[in-house]
Structures are given as C-alpha cells and as structure tokens.
Design a protein around this ligand. Structure first.
Ligand code: ATP
Ligand code: MG
Length: 432
C-alpha cells in the first residue's frame, strides 16, 4: 500500500513536566478502560480530540480510546456493557450509565486517491495516527506513563495554533470530503489559523463534498450547532463556498439584506450552549434558528406587506414549504420526527404572538410535550428582539403555573410516587 502520509521516524514523547495535563480533566471511566485493556495485554491510549482538548486545558466533551485489541476482544473483556457498532467503521461502545466511551481498534490508512467506503483494515499504532484528519487530532496520551506521544508534529501545531492535515491535504480531502467541514469546525471552535496548503486544498476540493454521505455531513452540522461556535462556523462555511453547495436556499437568504437575522439567532444559541457544552439546546430548536428568520421575512412579504394577517393554517403551510426548501431538499433523510418538531416550534411562535387579537394562554397548547421546545425558541426570540420580552414572560409564567398545578394534581393522586420515566423533551429547564 502506498501511503500518502509520512510519520516522524521516531515519535516525539513529551513527559508530564512538559505537557502538564490536568488529571482532574480526565474521565476516570476512560482511565479504567485503558487500564483494563492494558492488564489484558493490549496496548491502549487516549487519542484524538480528547488529547487535543486536554493540551488546550479544555474539558474534553468525550474520550476516545484506541487499542490493539480487536472488537471481539474488547467485547469479551467488557461483556454486557460493551456494544459493537458500525459497519463502515466498527467500534466498541462501552457504557457507564448514560455515558459511552468509544474504543476503536488501531486501523491502517487509505490507498492514495480513493474515496474511502470501508475503514476496517487493522493496523499499527503509527498507521492509526496517519489515518486521522489533522495533526492536532493525531496525538496519543499514555495515562500510565503520563506521556503525550506525537508521530505527526501535532504538539508543535497545537502550540502554534495551526490547523494542518496529516499528509497531502488534497489527497486527504478527496478521500473523505467531510474533513473540509471538520477543518472549518476546528477553525471556528479553536480560532486556529489554517495552514496555507490546507486552505488551498479546500478551495480546490470544494465540489467533492457532494460525494459524502449526507448523514455524516448533517451530524457534523448538528454538532456545530451545539458547539457554542456556530455563528463563526456558518460564516466560514458561507465564505468558503461549502454552504452554497449544501444549503443553497439558506445561503441565498444569508447573502441577502436580512442575512444577519440568522446570525443573531445563532449568536443567542451559542451564548446558551457555551454555558454548558454537555447540555446544549435541542437540535430541533437549533434547526429552527436557521429557518425562523426566513419564515418571518416571507410572512412579511407574502402577507403583512399586503395588509393581510395570515391565518395559522397559512403559516403552517408556509412553515412546511420552508423546512422543505432549506433542509429537506438538501438532506432528504432529515429525521421526520425532527422536521415535525421544527414545524411545531415555528408555527407555535405565531400562536403565542399572533398578528391580531388578544394573546390567550391556551392550556391545550401548553400540554403538548414539545411545548417546552417552542418556549426555548421563544426565549431566543425575546433575546434577539427585547420587545418580545413581556410576551415571553407572560407565557413562561402561565406555563410554570400550569406545570405546578399538574404536579399538585399528580401528588394528590399518587401519595407515594414511584420512579418516573421521563419521555419529555431534553433540557426542560432551558426555557426557565
Ligand atoms: P469533537 O470535540 O467535536 O468530538 P473530535 O476531534 O474528537 O472533535 P470526533 O468526531 O469525536 O472529533 O473524532 C475523534 C477523532 O477521530 C478525531 O480527533 C480524529 O483523530 C479522528 N477523526 C474523526 N473524523 C475523522 C475523519 N473524517 N477523518 C480522519 N480522522 C477522523
Ligand atoms: Mg470527540
């Protein structure tokens, strides 16, 4: 196999005195998994984004582990808490309550120029580093010796705030065009410079993005919406030309006179998500940030400018048309349940703030299990437009009263409550 990448002859090894990684930031369950694999005789390291974040003194969102153990070996070691997943990329998920630690077997790289469709060729430690995307994501951490191991110059690039692909960027972007989105993701999130060659390769390979599986692209975009840096990410996606290829209708709106409306919503969502990156706003609320400003402008031009207050049915129809145009036309497999939730969130905004007539706190509407999400979005709207603050507070108070009354009834009916299973939306407190 001809590898497009080159490793350093010998890895550079950085001891604790140089990296000073704060052990407190390392998940004890990740340490347990590495320890268990090593006891069984397999080499194992903490890898990728988690090492990068530890060196940047940030708490990693999740911990990834790479090991010489094969998926079946991992399954044997961890038994029922281990689930083997994925076809393109076979992985072990080890569960600790609700948390999952991802363990992957060392893999070898890709043939030069191929678009990778299968990624299960086992390899050595160094091969596993070379198949990774950016030098800053190519570091290993040995928690027992407390050493950072660097085959690709990632240590220097992290300290120089530099984003550089491992190997020839044109080859690496062609092999997996999602890496171009990931480049902009790290640029937005870490505020790093992009190395000249990687920047040139992005321009050159842009069109390749449509060859990637839409599900993977969508997942990276959702993760960015949750990241607290989505405003900058969408700006970079638009500047690079990637957004135009993926979301033409949204790009058209962003380039128009009211494009900044979308950015204002993303800014408020970022402010919320930054407070606790482990508990971001729901993906349906975040998707609504991309569509609501377009809906508002369309209602203005199609109805209000003609002195006509649209009926809620007309708003619901327009909402469906826009969800189709902005997301479903690009991502046909956009989850149906999520698009239904986005439609509910958007149309409910006009029930809470109708164009004419009095606002009524409709108990039936508030009992909808997705109402909390509509309230979270209403909260963002009131932050973007403080004139809505009073209306928002009035709905919020009515909602709290209804919740309290509901709890009261529930306690009266069940003096000894049993354990509850919540099927409601995540992060119910985000609207408070
Ligand atoms: P985040 O903080 O968003 O989780 P991350 O770098 O950890 O960022 P993951 O998607 O969790 O990103 O991937 C874990 C690691 O797997 C990366 O750090 C990188 O080494 C490798 N990786 C992920 N996606 C790719 C890809 N498309 N091509 C090559 N390597 C990848
Ligand atoms: Mg990660």
């Amino acid at each position: 196999m001809k590898s497009p990448n080159k490793a350093l002859e010998e890895p550079r090894v950085y001891p604790f005195s140089e990296h000073q990684i704060d052990e407190e930031l390392i998940d004890p369950d990740a340490l347990y998994v590495v320890g268990r694999l090593r006891e069984a005789g397999y080499s194992a390291y903490i890898v990728g984004g988690s090492v990068r974040d530890l060196l940047l003194k940030k708490t990693p969102k999740d911990f990834d582990i790479s090991t010489a153990a094969k998926p079946e070996d991992i399954k044997r070691l961890f038994g029922r808490s281990c689930l083997l997943i994925g076809r393109r990329f076979r992985l072990a998920h080890i569960r600790f309550g609700h948390k999952v630690i991802e363990v992957s077997t060392f893999r070898s790289g890709e043939n030069e120029g191929d678009l990778i469709v299968q990624d299960n060729k086992w390899g050595s430690e160094v091969e596993d580093v070379l198949r990774r995307d950016f030098t800053i994501n190519g570091l290993f951490y040995d928690p027992q010796k407390k050493e950072v191991i660097d085959y690709v110059g990632g240590w220097e690039d992290i300290h120089a705030n530099l984003l550089k692909t491992i190997g020839d960027p044109v080859v690496r972007f062609r092999q997996d065009p999602v890496r171009m989105i990931r480049l902009l993701k790290f640029q937005a999130r870490l505020k790093f410079e992009v190395h000249t060659q990687s920047k040139a390769a992005l321009n050159k390979c842009l069109d390749e993005i449509i060859k990637s599986a839409p599900a993977r692209i969508l997942e990276e975009i959702f993760r960015m919406l949750e990241s607290g840096s989505s405003t900058q990410f969408f700006k970079l996606m638009a500047e690079s030309g990637l957004l135009e290829l993926l979301f033409p209708s949204l790009t058209h709106f962003l380039n128009g006179p009211h494009g900044s409306d979308v950015l204002h919503f993303l800014e408020k969502a970022d402010q919320f998500n930054k407070k606790d990156l482990k508990r971001p706003l729901d993906r349906a609320v975040l998707s609504s940030c991309l569509i609501f400003p377009i809906l508002e402008r369309e209602i203005g031009t199609q109805f209000l400018s003609k002195n006509y207050s649209p009926h809620i049915g007309e708003i619901m129809h327009l909402t469906d048309v826009l969800i189709d145009a902005v997301v479903i036309s690009s991502f046909s497999h956009f989850p149906r349940r999520m698009s239904a939730t986005v439609a509910f969130i958007l149309s409910t905004q006009y029930r809470m703030t109708p164009f004419s007539g009095k606002r009524h706190h409709r108990p039936k509407l508030m009992q909808n299990k997705e109402f909390t999400l509509a309230m979270q979005f209403f909260r963002l709207r009131s932050q973007v437009n403080p004139q809505l603050d009073e209306a928002y507070c009035s709905w919020r108070n009515a909602y709290h009263q209804m919740e309290q009354a509901g709890e009261h009834r529930h306690h009266a009916a069940h003096p000894h409550p049993r354990r509850q299973h919540s099927h409601g939306p995540r992060h119910a407190d985000a609207a408070k």
